[in-house]
Design a protein around this ligand. Structure first.
Ligand SMILES: [Zn+2]
Length: 332
């Protein structure tokens, strides 16, 4: 996973105390945790979502079902059979929605040796060739019994549902949705370059193809399924884009989920930020089960998926209004 850059702004003593209490090295999993079986208890009655008509046509129950299907595959660590089955599942769903799907294989060195990975990229052409890129990662951290219902699963379920809606929509902008491999570090700790393999590959390819200068915004979601979802503003994200997401959430009545306090996160948006592409990370990193075998389906809420999905789908026309230029054919 990613780590917070947090605490560097606090006096060292307070930083140490605060980090002991709050930051934790969540990449470290105890022996007791690793020996626990990752068996998800039965779902509870509260795991329902509002009707799609209340959330901009975004169906939180469908998104939850996609997460459930992914979790049923088991661990999805890059380079494993489970990862390949997750790819097959994602591609199958996208093709079922009628989406144009581009599986982009790549080969990369890792601490475990050379490895084949694959980003799955949906490219929905709009009237304008300017691109808004949505991101999620589908791989899971290499930990025993770790199925990543929230970490890797929740955002992938949301992006699948977003793809279902956008692939059926005539859009003024070109929308890409990338399902990224290899976000997680293979080592326990998050040390560069052992992380964000898929997003670094995608950003590099888009630079080479010439698509990157046309990319107006990158919107990353990661760990957005918790029942007590609380998303802080990431200070490394682009300000205007963060403002747009948070003001949209506020307008929709989700000010209690998209809160005004701040955090700082390293994640799949970094390779785009470092290439000067505006990017925002929508993430709740303060979940008690992060990088433990307890990251299971019973921790998730379809309502939380619906809240984030509603915000994402509501951003679409706003981004079109902001960026879509009339083509020569439609200009007066
Ligand atoms: Zn993670």
């Amino acid at each position: 996973m990613r780590r917070q850059i947090s605490c560097s702004w606090i006096l060292p003593l307070f930083a140490a105390l605060l980090c002991l209490a709050a930051c934790r090295d969540k990449g470290t999993v105890t022996a007791e945790e690793t020996s626990a079986a990752a068996v998800a208890p039965a779902l509870t009655a509260q795991q329902t979502a509002p009707a799609p008509g209340e959330t901009g046509s975004f169906d939180g129950q469908r998104a939850f079902q996609y997460v459930s299907d992914l979790v049923a595959i088991g661990p999805r660590t890059a380079g494993t059979d489970g990862n390949h089955r997750a790819q097959d599942y994602i591609i199958g769903q996208l093709k079922g929605f009628g989406c144009p799907v581009d599986p982009e294989a790549f080969h990369t060195p890792t601490p475990l040796g050379e490895m084949d990975m694959r980003n799955i990229v949906v490219k929905i052409s709009g009237t304008s060739s300017d691109i808004v890129l949505f991101l999620t990662h589908y791989d899971t951290k290499r930990l025993p019994n770790f199925v990543g219902a929230d970490d890797g699963g929740s955002s992938t379920g949301v992006m699948l549902e977003l793809a279902r809606l956008l692939c059926a929509r005539k859009s003024a902008l070109t929308f890409w949705i990338a399902f990224l491999d290899g976000e997680e570090a293979f080592n326990l700790q998050w040390n560069n370059p052992d992380n964000t393999y898929g997003s670094r590959e995608l950003a590099a390819r888009m630079a080479l193809s010439g698509d990157l200068p046309h990319t107006k915004a990158v919107i990353l979601a990661d760990m957005i399924g918790s029942q007590n979802l609380r998303i802080k503003r990431d200070t490394s994200s682009t300000s205007w884009l963060t403002d747009l997401v948070w003001s949209t959430a506020s307008r929709l009545g989700y000010g209690n989920v998209f809160v005004s306090s701040e955090t700082s996160v390293q994640d799949d948006h970094v390779p785009f930020l470092s290439r000067s592409v505006p990017a925002v990370d929508i993430i709740d990193l303060e979940i008690p089960y992060w990088h433990t075998p307890q990251d299971t389906l019973d921790k998730l809420s379809p309502n939380s998926l619906a809240v984030v999905g509603h915000v994402l789908i509501a951003l679409v026309p706003q981004l079109e209004q902001k960026f879509a230029r009339p083509t020569a054919a439609t200009r007066p």
